[in-house]
Design a protein around this ligand. Structure first.
Ligand SMILES: Cc1ncc(COP(=O)(O)O)c(C=O)c1O
Length: 406
């Protein structure tokens, strides 16, 4: 029998990934951040100072802070989240993770098993959907309006599940700058959702990684902070507010949950250097940095919206995001965005097709998500113009662009 390495691979693995060959020319996908807002000089200063002071701790697993991660960074989060989103926690409630993607994996491992059911927002983070599906867990989408999850629809779905004797494990929500719709759930709605969670007895998994990116820089109270019992598990990240390549995220939960997760987060701890640098940087600079970043992000968002209006006119429907890094766009039903995604990628324009960002993939078939945070102004202008031309060549619309017939 001829030897083939792949014959030894475990069954049911996902398809292999292609080798990295650089980013496309017009890259509007993913959660990349604004290059000019990376606080390079301050990070260098923090790195030097903290390594000189505490570098010796790198000799230890857990760098003298234990398996929950850098204590100074956890203490920063305790005071920042209390001040800005009303959370009363202590450092023991925080587990630092390798990005919030690891937080999603760890929380899913804590709560889910094959054939469980969870509730998600009808349009939600693709990385959360793929994780839930890879565990063989079913997800049901709850309708969204411009204030987030619709309580009436949530109740309707819960009653339907109750009739079948199914109790969902959790409701996964991104209440502040929802991904991809970029709405912000007001406090009243948060309280309503919480009451429903209590009545029907399920947990809330609150993902707040965009909460520092609202244009008005106001963070509503987190659902976690409004809950008087340990029903909410919260996760956050420094990816969107500072830099995704740092890979620092966190879980906030009761010690009952954190201590259980620690039993299987047996990876020797998440990267120490980035946590040490962040701890030093955040103490004096985080708030000001986020204020400046948001100004630049809103400017780019406005630019992309203008370009979309100019190149696509009324066929691209969207509402101005309340913050964040992306615009969620609905096209007429005749535009299949899986097809648009394919032809656009071949021509160097990368976008997220809506079908990967919704619970029922057919409902996203005429939608796309575009990220505006990373591309330069010229890339946004040229890229949207190219995309409109590609769309016209494939689907016959938009007929005009910049007031000129194509
Ligand atoms: C809602 C949401 N959660 C989690 C993540 C993962 O972020 P990271 O692992 O970089 O913290 C993302 C990234 O785009 C996201 O949009």
């Amino acid at each position: 029998m001829t030897y083939k390495l792949e014959n030894f691979f475990a069954k049911d693995l996902p398809d292999a990934t292609g080798a990295y060959s650089g980013f496309p020319e017009y890259n509007f996908v993913g959660g990349h951040n604004s290059e000019i807002n990376i606080p390079i000089k301050k990070l260098v200063k923090s790195a030097e100072s903290v390594l000189l002071k505490e570098g010796k701790n790198l000799a230890l697993y857990g760098h003298n802070s234990g398996p929950q991660g850098n204590l100074a960074l956890r203490e920063f989060l305790v005071s920042y989240l209390d001040e800005h989103t009303g959370m009363k926690i202590d450092s023991g409630n925080i587990l630092l993770t390798s990005g919030s993607l690891q937080a999603l994996d760890l929380v899913n491992k804590l709560l889910l098993k094959k054939d469980d059911t969870v509730l998600v927002e009808e349009a939600t983070y693709g990385g959360a959907i793929s994780r839930i599906e890879s565990l063989g867990v079913k997800h049901l989408g709850i309708k969204l309006d411009n204030e987030g999850i619709c309580p009436q629809h949530l109740i309707q779905i819960l009653e339907m599940l109750k009739a079948k004797d199914i109790s969902p494990k959790y409701l996964y929500t991104i209440p502040t700058v929802q991904n991809p719709t970029a709405t912000v759930m007001p406090e009243k709605r948060r309280r309503e959702i919480l009451e429903i969670a209590k009545k029907y007895n399920f947990l809330i998994f609150e993902d707040d990684c965009y909460a520092d990116l609202t244009w008005d820089r106001k963070r509503p109270k987190s659902i976690y902070s409004l809950c008087d019992e340990d029903r909410v598990i919260y996760c956050g990240s420094f990816s969107k507010s500072i830099a995704p390549a740092l890979r620092v995220g966190y879980i906030i939960a009761s010690w009952k949950a954190i201590s259980k997760i620690l039993a299987y987060k047996n990876d020797g701890g998440s990267g120490a250097i980035e946590q040490m640098i962040l701890a030093d940087f955040c103490k004096n600079n985080y708030k000001k940095h986020a204020d400046e970043l948001v100004i630049e992000l809103e400017r780019k968002c406005d630019l992309m919206m203008q370009c979309l209006d100019m190149e696509f006119g009324s066929i691209a429907e969207f509402t101005k995001p309340k913050g964040g890094i992306f615009i969620w766009i609905t096209f007429p039903a005749s535009i299949n965005t899986n097809r648009l995604f394919k032809v656009a990628s071949e021509k160097g324009v990368a976008l997220n097709p809506g079908s990967e960002w919704v619970s029922k993939s057919e409902e996203g078939i005429n939608k796309i998500r575009l990220c505006f945070a990373n591309p330069k102004d010229e890339t946004i202008k040229d890229g949207i113009s190219h995309l409109a031309q590609i769309c016209y060549d494939e689907f016959g619309i938009p007929i005009t662009g910049a007031n000129v017939k194509r």
